[in-house]
Design a protein around this ligand. Structure first.
Ligand SMILES: Cc1cc2nc3c(=O)[nH]c(=O)nc-3n(C[C@H](O)[C@H](O)[C@H](O)COP(=O)(O)O)c2cc1C
Ligand SMILES: Nc1ncnc2c1ncn2[C@@H]1O[C@H](COP(=O)(O)OP(=O)(O)OP(=O)(O)O)[C@@H](O)[C@H]1O
Length: 275
């Protein structure tokens, strides 16, 4: 997969024909996966590239000044997932105030009409352009007028509720990691750095300060490094502390500098790590 970093100065993003999925896609949940899979199928049928456009940082960081915003996935984690979803080219548009002020019609002109975008795939509640004025109705109207294809993915729900990044962020923060697979199709997973010392014989790990972590407590986890998977317990001290302890059930002599932690479930206090 090719990753193309863009700014508002890039007014054309592709010469080759492509089918593009658009959205922020934090956590790449089952709703996002349906959308990306639709774009992938269409691209295969039409023998064109499957592309996705995402934004960095999140519009709220820029427009609401919410600099401490935390994510289900950091950008490198999202890039890895997009590659696994089969995206050929990922456009990462720098979201700044100048880009935010682009009118919906100008967004369509630059990134769809001038960029050989044959078909656009978005969800039912997608918005774009200055003050989020563009929506799927506008895209529908323009697609008929200008002749590009449009697929709008209907709301994907679980227990009658929209599957959303916001809802999943809440589940993780509350420690309800065991239900995340119903919304994402897999466990909540975070990449961490392994620090070069131990505490009480436990491995000490440090997440990115942009990653969401479950509330303090002990969690049953899977630790993945390359093709290796180990099981263990993860202890989260407090939301403000930067390091956390990891106790593996099996010896892991060659654990390197980084690994990813999959959260399976929260463990009762009585079974917790002795720390
Ligand atoms: C060109 C452009 C301009 C945007 N301007 C605004 C804006 O002024 N205010 C706002 O709240 N969101 C703005 N957004 C953010 C969108 O409303 C939306 O959050 C973003 O396109 C990601 O879509 P998604 O949230 O459905 O993933 C803009 C998006 C684009 C593509
Ligand atoms: N449950 C869903 N069903 C269908 N489409 C969805 C669903 N959730 C999001 N989408 C679509 O996926 C794209 C990316 O959406 P976005 O990143 O805003 O996800 P979200 O889960 O709604 O996030 P948030 O909760 O932060 O608003 C958009 O085109 C959106 O319409």
């Amino acid at each position: 997969m090719e990753v193309i970093n863009l700014t508002h100065l890039d007014d054309q993003i592709s010469q080759k024909p492509h089918i593009m999925a658009i959205g922020f896609f934090d956590g790449v949940h089952l709703g996002h996966q349906e959308l990306l899979n639709r774009a992938k199928e269409l691209a295969k049928k039409q023998n064109v590239l499957f592309t996705a456009m995402t934004f960095s940082p999140h519009p709220d960081e820029v427009l609401k000044g919410n600099k401490n915003r935390k994510y289900l996935m950091t950008l490198p984690e999202k890039i890895k997932k997009m590659e696994a979803m089969g995206v050929d080219k990922l456009f990462v548009m720098e979201f700044d105030r100048t880009f935010a002020s682009l009118l919906p019609a100008d967004f369509i002109q630059r990134y769809i009409l001038n960029s050989n975008t044959k078909h656009v795939v978005v969800g039912f509640d997608f918005t774009f352009g200055f003050k989020a004025q563009g929506n799927t109705q506008l895209l529908r109207k323009e697609s008929k007028k200008s002749g590009f294809g449009l697929s709008v993915i209907p709301k994907k729900t679980y227990l009658q509720e929209k599957i959303s990044s916001t809802l999943i962020r809440g589940l993780v923060q509350e420690g309800n990691v065991n239900v995340v697979p119903y919304y994402v199709g897999s466990n909540y997973e975070v990449s961490v750095n392994i620090l070069p010392y131990k505490i009480n014989g436990n491995i000490v790990v440090q997440p990115s300060d942009k990653s969401i972590f479950p509330r303090p407590g002990t969690y049953a986890v899977k630790v993945k490094q390359g093709t290796k998977t180990l099981h263990g317990k993860f202890h989260q001290y407090s939301n403000s502390r930067a390091d956390n302890e990891l106790k593996l059930n099996e010896p892991a002599h060659e654990l390197g500098d980084v690994c990813s932690i999959e959260f399976i479930s929260r463990i009762n206090v009585s079974e917790s790590l002795s720390v």
